[in-house]
Design a protein around this ligand. Sequence first.
Ligand code: ZN
Length: 250
Amino acid sequence: MIDTHAHLADRFSTNIEGVVDRAKKTGVEAIILSASSMADSKDNLKIAVEFPGYLLPSIGVHPMETEYDPKVLEFYLKKNPQIVAVGECGLEFCGNFEQILQDKIFKSQIELSIKYNKPLIIHSRDAMEETLEILRQYPKARGVIHCYSGGKKRINKVLELGDRWFFGIDGNITYEVGLEQVVASIPKDKLVLETDTPFLTPIPHRGETNQPAYIKYIYQKVADIWQMGFEEAEKQIDTNSKKLFQIIGN
Ligand SMILES: [Zn+2]
């Protein structure tokens, strides 16, 4: 199992060793550290050094963050070949937002991902059409639509972006009505799984803080939807994750 999206930066996590230990005991092979801010990006690089090859850092800035410095992100990309992705970045049109500024910061990160040949971790909330519109302008970009919420009707639109795009599914699959149908409609070789730790805790741990060890409940749910055994589903999903993030597998 691979958790392709967890937030373990300093502001989210106090006991990384415990978190990693429990993940390893559960059979998690690697964890991708998503970044939401400049500070998270820096933290991810720092934390990953402690668990090389296990905690795989991403760097990037979430659309609701105001501080963005492309020069610093580019410096990180130049100096740290262990970075596996750029993100999470994208668009979020809820509450107060400035679309022009979000577009600009999103496009800047897409351009960095292409320049350094990294996949993108895309965050898109209430902005799926606008996100797709921008991604269509970058045929060389690739990545994952994190916590995919575009419904059945937009699956084909994502697939039309090209073979280099994947769908990220989270713990809400264990409790959100309708999401099972969405997952059943996504091609099996285009699905990756994520906890989004510390958020979106799956059943049977809802109400607790999420952690990468709980990715097993999401794998089990997908295996059930696919009507196959856990290991067979795991093999397919891990193949997808390794392909997307270029993880050299054990
Ligand atoms: Zn996230």
